[in-house]
Design a protein around this ligand. Structure first.
Ligand code: AMP
Length: 249
C-alpha cells in the first residue's frame, strides 16, 4: 500500500508573526519557514506504518512556490521515498488544495492519505475533510491513534470530553492530531540521502484545477495588546480590587 502525505510550508511555529504595515496580510519576507507541525506528525505516522510492514511507499506532496521543495526535502530526509511538488505562485485556498490533491490521488492511487488536522498559518481545518468528500472516501479526523487491519482501520478521535473509537473502511483520509506520535528528527546522513531522492514537479495547469481565490482578505490586524497584571498583597486586597476596580464581583 502507498501512503500519500500532503505537507504545507508555513511560518515556523517559533517565529512571532507580524502583520504587514498595510494590513494586507502577515510579513513573510525573511521569515523562517518550516513544515506545518501536524504534517510532521502525518509523515511520522506514514513512516511508522511502512517500518511495521503496513505500507511499501510514502509519498509527500506540497503545493506552493519553488521554496516548497525545501519542505519536501525535509519530508524525504525524515524517510519518505518520493516527493511531488505542485507549483503554485499564490496562496491556494483549502478547496483548491483538496481538488489538486484529488488529482494526485487519482494518479498515485494510495490506500491512505495522512493529512495534518490543520495548517497553523490559516487554521482552516478544512482540507482533509474536503478531500475525503471529493474522493467519496471514508474519513477519520483529529486522530490520536490508528490501527490498520486489512481493508479496515480503527481510529481514535479526540472529541470533547473523551475519545471516540471509529472503524473506517479503506481507502481513507485520516487527519492527524497532536498526540498521535512524536515526529523524528532527520539525521545528517538522511539529509544528504534526501538530496538524491526523486522529486517530481507538476504545474497546476497540468492538473486542470481552477485555483482562483474565492475569498478576499479585507484586513489583517494584530490582536489588542493586553495590559500588564499586578501583584496583590493578600486576599482582602484582591477582593477589594475585583469589587471596586474590575467590578466583576
Ligand atoms: P488546512 O485545511 O488549511 O488547515 O490544512 C490542513 C492540512 O491540509 C495541512 O496540515 C496539510 O496536510 C494539508 N495542506 C493544506 N495546504 C497545503 C498545501 N499548500 N500543500 C500541501 N498540503 C496542504
Amino acid at each position: 500500500m502507498k501512503v500519500l502525505v500532503p505537507i504545507k510550508r508555513v511560518i515556523d511555529y517559533n517565529v512571532k508573526v507580524r502583520v504587514k504595515a498595510d494590513n494586507s496580510g502577515v510579513e513573510l519576507a525573511n521569515v523562517k519557514m518550516a513544515m506545518n507541525p501536524f504534517d510532521e506528525i502525518a509523515v511520522e505516522q506514514a513512516l511508522r506504518l511502512k517500518e511495521s510492514g503496513g505500507a511499501d511507499e510514502v509519498v509527500v506532496v506540497s503545493i506552493g512556490p519553488s521554496q516548497n521543495q525545501e519542505t519536501i526535502r525535509t519530508g524525504l530526509a525524515m524517510g519518505a521515498d518520493r516527493g511531488i511538488h505542485i507549483e503554485a505562485s499564490h496562496d491556494i485556498e483549502p478547496l483548491a488544495v483538496a481538488k489538486l490533491l484529488k488529482e494526485v490521488v487519482t494518479r498515485e492511487n494510495p490506500g491512505l492519505v495522512f493529512v495534518g488536522k490543520q495548517a497553523i498559518d490559516d487554521d482552516c481545518n478544512q482540507t482533509g475533510q474536503m478531500l475525503a468528500a471529493l474522493l467519496g472516501w471514508a474519513q477519520g479526523t483529529f486522530v490520536s491513534g490508528i490501527e490498520i487491519s486489512g481493508d479496515k482501520a480503527t481510529v481514535i478521535r479526540e472529541v470533547d470530553g473523551g475519545l471516540e473509537h471509529l472503524a473506517i473502511s479503506m481507502p481513507a483520509v485520516v487527519t492527524v492530531d497532536l498526540r498521535l506520535n512524536e515526529p523524528r528528527y532527520a539525521s545528517l546522513p538522511n539529509i544528504m540521502k534526501a538530496k538524491k531522492k526523486p522529486l517530481d514537479s507538476i504545474s497546476v495547469e497540468e492538473l486542470g484545477v481552477d485555483v482562483s481565490p474565492r475569498l478576499t482578505v479585507i484586513k489583517v490586524e494584530e490582536p489588542e495588546a493586553r495590559s500588564a497584571g499586578i501583584k496583590v498583597a493578600d486576599v482582602s486586597e484582591l477582593v477589594n480590587k475585583l469589587k471596586n476596580e474590575a467590578k466583576v464581583i
